[in-house]
Design a protein around this ligand. Structure first.
Ligand SMILES: Cc1cc2nc3c(=O)[nH]c(=O)nc-3n(C[C@H](O)[C@H](O)[C@H](O)COP(=O)(O)OP(=O)(O)OC[C@H]3O[C@@H](n4cnc5c(N)ncnc54)[C@H](O)[C@@H]3O)c2cc1C
Length: 466
């Protein structure tokens, strides 16, 4: 039995009165468009009952009050690029699209911050910062399709996290609409603050379960004028991973250290029609970006990096062009050439455990009937384990996937890791969240959710089940 009421014509009429009739959708085509995000397994798809596209925080607040009154579940959708079923309305009800909250409100050059509405695409924030001579350091591979609100909701990582940290490190303040329909501003553009609980940080990474993010104040960094991208090619995964601690100890502070195993090298080169990619047959790629404020520093760091990679067993070290970065950014998209149904995990382990974890994963998968590919933000200990269904039956896929995942998560937790480094938990991993999260920690999370959302209407069933 559902805890929620069905969506009725009376409820839809009230939505129309708040949002405007042209922004309330109940037609089959629109509902079908929003039955999934990046999920490819049809068994996880779910049709919402109604989709709306409000234009302001005030309208969203009025909608949330209405949903509380009618007890209708609400799912927030940003760019829909999530891969843990977070934006799927698996309890039915209402989907709120954030795409009309798409304005950059202010770029403050003296204060080095930028204020934007939550539905702005991440790439547009990056571009505007660059044009003004600054860097917005959040950089998920999906920057062209995701929204900044979605990045905060999932605490997205990405390619620059090794130097600048993840999304939560880029945020001064957020505005949210609470599950009960209040507009609240949390945080401020301050370098330090010890004034009560850090509420904005609680909202970041809460995957739309504690509030709908409507506006963000982001930190900007000075844009380093010198940059070089380098590709180190290995034939052994453990040797490739071994560069990370050496680079950290040498104080090189690269902006990125990214990893692609050989199956990823092959499929991305095919996907991007780049047959001349170096060492396609056996190469494992580690891509570095170094950015500095002087040319001398850049030269010195590139030399150091070259020496470290050679010491660690690189078969070739080259300057990388944009095509190499395009390959890295397309690891997820290109896997569809191999299998339409696949799953991407994103466990995170302490950096010093990475080589052993990769060895363990490669050994474990030998017992299973699916091929494995790994791409990783190796500077952060964050591994994307991609498994392909190929021509397995649904039953074979599900049974093997469940056993493999259980084995890997057990190993990861025994070595100080966690379920997700950047994609979040969504609905997909909520069962594992219950199983692997320490009891006290999970109980506190549930108490917070109950206090903020007494009727459990906002993204219910995401992260954990109440
Ligand atoms: C090709 C590809 C590459 C990717 N690369 C990366 C990467 O490098 N790093 C990384 O971290 N992730 C990556 N991702 C995953 C995904 O892009 C991120 O999780 C991203 O932050 C999701 O943003 P979105 O706007 O698309 O959110 P959605 O997918 O729409 O939603 C994700 C979750 O956030 C919630 N949400 C969205 N907007 C709001 C809001 N305004 N307020 C409250 N809750 C909200 C949703 O309810 C849902 O739970 C990648 C995905 C793809 C497909």
């Amino acid at each position: 039995m559902s805890n929620y009421n069905p969506v009725t014509p009376a409820f839809i009429d009230k939505l129309r009165a708040i949002v405007g009739a042209e922004f309330v959708f109940t037609d089959v085509e629109t509902l079908d468009k929003y039955k999934t995000d990046e999920e490819t397994d049809e068994r996880c798809f779910h049709l919402p009952d109604v989709v709306i596209a409000p234009a302001s925080a005030e309208k969203i607040a009025a909608v949330m009050k209405l949903c509380n009154e009618y007890v209708i579940p609400v799912t927030v959708r940003g760019g829909g690029s999530g891969i843990v079923d977070g934006a799927i309305a698996d309890k039915g009800g209402l989907i709120i699209l954030m795409e009309r909250l798409n304005k950059i409100i202010e770029l403050n050059k003296e204060g080095m911050y930028l204020i934007a509405q939550a539905g702005v695409r991440t790439i547009d924030i990056q571009k505007m910062a660059n044009e003004a001579g600054f860097l917005y350091a959040g950089d998920p591979c999906s920057a062209e399709s995701c929204q900044i609100g979605g990045n905060l909701a999932t605490n997205a990582g990405g390619n620059k996290a090794v130097r600048y940290g993840v999304t939560r490190n880029q945020v001064y303040a957020v505005q949210i609409v609470t599950p009960e329909g209040e507009i609240v501003n949390l945080g401020a553009p301050l370098k330090k603050c010890s004034t009560g609980y850090c509420m904005e940080q609680l909202v970041i990474g809460s995957e739309g379960t504690l509030g709908i993010i409507t506006q963000v104040t982001l930190k900007l960094q000075p844009l380093p004028p010198y940059r070089l991208d380098m590709l180190a090619i290995f034939t052994d995964a453990v040797q490739a991973m071994s560069v990370v601690p050496k680079v950290a100890k040498a104080g090189i502070t690269p902006t990125s250290i990214e990893y692609m195993d050989n199956p990823n090298v092959r499929t991305t080169s095919q996907f991007l029609e780049f047959p001349g990619a170096p060492h396609i047959e056996d190469g494992i790629y580690v891509i570095f970006t170094i950015e500095t404020f002087t040319e001398d520093e850049l030269d010195m760091k590139m030399e150091q990096l070259n020496d470290i990679c050679e010491e660690c067993g690189a078969i070739e070290v080259l300057e990388a062009d944009d095509r190499i970065w395009a390959m890295r950014r397309n690891c997820l998209e290109s896997v569809r050439l191999v299998s339409l149904v696949c799953t991407t995990d994103d466990v995170v382990v302490p950096v010093d455990q990475m080589s052993d974890t990769v060895k363990h994963i490669i050994a474990t998968v030998q017992k299973y009937p699916f091929p494995l590919r790994i791409n990783a933000h190796i500077g952060d200990g964050n591994l994307h384990i991609v498994l392909c269904k190929m021509d397995l039956t649904d039953e074979e896929w599900e049974e093997n996937l469940a056993r493999f995942t259980q084995e890997i998560y057990t190993y990861v937790y025994a070595h100080g890791g966690r379920l997700s480094g950047e994609h979040g938990i969504g609905a997909k991993k909520s069962g594992f969240m219950e199983e692997f999260t320490p009891r006290g920690e999970l109980a506190l999370m549930k108490k917070i959710k109950r206090a903020w959302d007494p009727k459990n209407i906002l993204n219910p069933g995401k992260v954990f089940n109440l």
